[in-house]
Design a protein around this ligand. Sequence first.
Ligand code: UT7
Length: 367
Amino acid sequence: MPYAHITGWGMSVPEAVLTNDDISKMVETNDAWIRERTGIQERHIARDDQFPSTLGVAASIKALKIANLRPTDLDLIICSTSSPEYIFPATACLIQDQLGATKAGAFDLLAACTGFIYALNMAAQAIRSGSIKNALVIGSETLSRFVNWKDRNTCILFGDGAGAFVLQASEQPGGVLSAVMHSDGSGGDLLTIAGGGSRYPSTESTVLDGKHYIQMDGNEVFRFATRVMASATEEVLACAGLTIDQVNWIVPHQANIRIIKAAARGLKLPMERFIVNLERYGNTSTASIPMAMVEALEKGQIKPGEKIVMVGFGAGLTWGALAAEWTGPIPSKGHVRPEQYRFFARLRSVVRRAIRFIEGLLYRREL
Ligand code: UT7
């Protein structure tokens, strides 16, 4: 049975930064309150021409470069997002087209902030089963588009960004060791974007009611999060046959520093064992775990052979954890430049659209 190794990683955030002071000009809040109650200092906000696919493609190219893999080597692309570009087509397909990943199946996965863990697990299971060899997993969000900038309960929290991992099959033991996924739909109403779906299709009245905005019961989500972070970590370790002492790093969903501290207390671990970067990005939902991982890897914090647990929670309600042994890229020959494929991907996309148009004309004439 092949093992599923994480062999490439990358992240991308929009350039524009929104500080706590900037937000205090929009709603009644202040920098001290936001820092103390959340740990967040600033977040990045997408421009009007930046979308989950834009950020996702940039993160993916970096991940493919590290893995030394061509987009055409990919068998599967999973994009985890709660702020997809459209209801359909899937953001994963937009990324597939922009990368030129011509042989990959592509789909979106929605498990809110836990999505990246779910998606990694799905890709790892597909590799472990032997059905695929190379997968790309992306967590990408532009949740700022759904933030009500008049609601101080939510607008202080969220930021935009993307993280991507390449997973590859290898006979060498290691990589993804175990994963647990949980849900409790009875808490679905605690964190929602209700408008624009088939229950509340967008109308003038849904917009006037603000149904297209994120609605959250912050206290209840907080209470749920502090309950599940430690328990999911313990559960995933038990599945992997590991003890907490054997784990080098915990990479938690970056929602609120107080939630992470509560998890540390629950696990009786010092905060030094937790990877935290929420002060600079806020809560980027499903992108937060891969973005924290990428920064830690770039700083040389996480080293080959070390064991990590990624753990998250979010709307749904969903929560889950994944344990992995870090190995890094699989040594390979040659030097792939995935960014060069972007030009050919664009060309291919335009040519395919043109062919489809001409074929359509001919077909209609035949009728
Ligand atoms: O990915 C999952 C996404 N969601 C989360 O992770 C959210 C989890 N929840 C939280 O992070 C926290 O509940 C919040 C940060 C949203 C709120 O923090 P809190 O410590 O739970 O504050 P609270 O809602 O209990 O409010 C305490 C006080 C209230 O004033 P009173 O009633 O005590 O006078 C609020 O009106 O703070 C007030 N308040 C604020 N004050 C300044 C609430 N938001 C703000 C604000 N600035 N932005």
